[in-house]
Design a protein around this ligand. Structure first.
Ligand code: SF4
Length: 289
């Protein structure tokens, strides 16, 4: 069997698997929707005397927007009498899940008292008169009676328990800090250095004795010193600052700075000035004792 035939077979197998997988996933999602996404009717305990039907109704109002305002009970009673009966009532329209206690009128009592009621089918219909949407729930008469007699939640308990009609506590707004993607100025970096060779301070140092220049105008004259060794550690960014300050000692090359051969080491103040001006602090020196 040729290689191309094998490849085609593998590709076909993968495609079939993909299709079957997607179909299974679709069915699964549909099942979940059917089982858990359906509107739900709950028969509740009436707190009033009389022909009241108390019930709760939950549905996905976002998916099925409607104003629900109608409930009816239909009786299909082939083995008893009457064969059919219906009571209905409108109530204040609700636009989301709710619980209601509705006076169904005397027909409700007659319907419940129908002969062979337990064998009949009861159909509860909840609908929106305005939107033409309706949901119906069919059950045996015996089950309907059982739901009414076993109901222990009142409408208010149902609403509270299901957080229906209660405004959801608003979540605190997300606090988004104001950020700048431009780095803040690092304190001290970029500040002008008060040295005689800095043109911005040239006037300030004009006429001041060299010994005093090293430590700033108006400052007490610093005593000069000798160094025994001066060197450049790795990391020079060839900014020329040191050479501008003391070109007899520092020579900036294409990719680094070097100490000139036979550089004078007797003006420690200027060497220190150059070291302090170095933005990456790679100029090191040792002071002669
Ligand atoms: S001042 Fe520092 S970084 Fe600039 S050239 Fe001299 S050694 Fe290099």
């Amino acid at each position: 069997m040729s290689t191309s035939l094998i490849a085609m077979g593998v590709a076909l197998f993968l495609v079939i698997n993909l299709v079957v997988g997607l179909a299974a996933l679709s069915l699964l999602l549909g099942t979940f929707e059917t089982l858990f996404g359906k509107p739900k009717l709950t028969i509740l305990r009436s707190t009033k005397n009389g022909p009241y039907l108390a019930f709760g109704f939950k549905w996905n109002s976002a998916k099925e927007p409607a104003t629900v305002d109608y409930v009816s009970l239909r009786l299909f009673n082939p083995f008893g009498n009457p064969k059919q009966a219906e009571v209905s009532k409108t109530f204040e329209a609700k636009s989301s899940s709710f619980a209601e206690e509705v006076d169904m009128g005397p027909g409700f009592i007659e319907l419940l008292g129908a002969e062979k009621f337990d064998l009949a089918t009861v159909q509860v219909v909840v609908k929106s008169s305005k939107n033409g949407v309706s949901w119906q729930f069919d059950m045996k008469g015996s089950k309907f009676k059982k739901l009414i007699s076993n109901a222990n939640l009142t409408t208010s308990q149902f609403l509270e328990g299901h957080k229906v009609g209660v405004a959801q506590e608003s979540k605190p707004p997300i606090d988004i800090p104001i950020r700048s993607f431009i780095a803040d100025t690092v304190p001290g970096k970029g500040a002008q250095i008060a040295i005689p060779t800095n043109p911005a301070f040239a006037a300030q140092f004009a006429g001041v004795a060299p010994a005093a220049q090293a430590s700033g105008a108006g400052a007490p004259a610093a005593e000069n010193f000798k160094v025994t060794k001066v060197w450049i550690e790795p990391g020079c960014i060839v900014c020329n600052a040191c050479e501008d300050i003391y070109k007899d000692v520092f020579e900036v090359k294409a990719d680094t700075c070097i100490i000139r051969p036979n550089a004078p080491l007797d003006d420690g103040l200027r060497i220190r000035e150059a070291a302090e001006a170095c933005p990456v602090e790679v100029i090191k020196f040792t002071i002669a004792s």
